[in-house]
Design a protein around this ligand. Structure first.
Ligand code: SF4
Length: 322
């Protein structure tokens, strides 16, 4: 039967439950019990970014539409956008600045949800590119805080992941007034310890990571102004992992290895429950099938913010059938 349930519409901002009829059907069977953690599937920012990319294709038929950086960190979503005609230029394989310089004037470009370096705007304006900017409002808020601080000649320490496009966008605002702390990569700020520092973070970090960086900053800087804010989508998903039912013996995180918020969910689940529950991460149902999950009775299913609702549905139904 063809479904037309609202939860299958990714443009809705929060995905709450699986289809009720299927949940009831399977609960009467002796299969694995599966609890979808809410919210799941696309977050508001990702849904909007996809919508904007599709609009760019629609409004520029017959023209090349370039996606600068991965719009969202999920291979399935990216493949589907490429099939619709987007030319994706990944930040992993390309120097995006150099690539933009090679484009002819008035090219059509889509900027990713994670933000982009300041210098890209300069090229875009010089070459009169037609821009579709999918930068998420949470990312924009943090970037605009940094810009204001730089205008006031204040120092900002950015808690982030070295090389992540959102982090690079933040650091590009000023090489003198914005410095990174990424303890995992061994990167620390060099501002003099008697100077006041603002502290802000990448939107998709875990609270634990932020707190570790804060401890370092507290012990090295006398005057600081902490405004570090994760985005709401990241925060509530991490909270739902923290509340996983004691009786469950399996936690599944659906998401791409390239997605920071999915990886953070996985690492959080391992830290909290790794000793007494099996915790796995998979891109989709096909990857899930590679795990031997036969002995597990009760699963919690979570997803990162760039996992499509369809991917979530398929994984959910697969787990229910085990
Ligand atoms: S994960 Fe957060 S910052 Fe990233 S697109 Fe979604 S809402 Fe925006």
């Amino acid at each position: 039967m063809q479904r037309n349930l609202p939860y299958n519409d990714y443009r809705l901002k929060i995905y709450l439950t699986p289809p009720l009829d299927e949940a009831l059907f399977f609960n009467y069977n002796l299969f694995m019990e599966v609890t979808p953690l809410v919210p799941h599937s696309f977050c508001y920012g990702v849904a909007k970014a996809i919508e904007l990319a599709e609009k760019a294709i629609e409004e520029n038929k017959g023209k090349k539409v370039y996606l600068i950086g991965n719009l969202v960190h999920n291979e399935i979503v990216m493949d589907s956008l490429k099939k619709k005609g987007l030319i994706a230029i990944s930040e992993k394989e390309n120097d995006l600045y150099e690539f933009l310089q090679t484009l002819p004037p008035q090219s059509v470009i889509v900027f990713s949800a994670h933000g982009h370096c300041e210098s890209f705007d300069e090229i875009a304006s010089n070459k009169k590119f037609k821009i579709y900017d999918a930068t998420c409002s949470f990312v924009k808020e943090n970037l605009s805080f940094i810009k204001d601080a730089v205008k006031k000649n204040e120092n900002t320490i950015y808690i982030g992941k070295k090389g992540h496009i959102e982090c690079e966008a933040a650091l590009s605002i000023s090489h003198q007034k914005v410095e990174l702390i990424d303890k995992k990569s061994g990167v620390y700020p060099t501002f003099p310890c008697d100077e006041m520092v603002n502290v802000i973070c990448q939107t998709t970090l875990s609270l634990e990571e932020i707190n570790k960086a804060k401890d370092y900053i507290n012990s090295h800087y006398h005057k600081h102004n902490f405004v570090a804010q994760r985005c709401l989508a990241t925060e509530i998903r991490q909270r739902s992992i923290e509340k996983v039912d004691d009786s469950c013996d399996l936690i599944v995180i659906l998401g791409s290895q390239t997605s920071n918020n999915s990886l953070e969910l996985y690492e959080l689940a391992v830290r909290l429950f790794g000793k007494n529950k099996k915790v796995i991460m998979a891109l989709d149902k096909n990857e899930l099938e590679k795990f031997d999950l036969g002995g597990y009775k009760k699963a919690s299913l979570a997803s990162g913010a760039s996992t499509a609702p369809k991917t979530f549905d398929e994984a959910y139904k697969y787990l229910l059938s085990i």
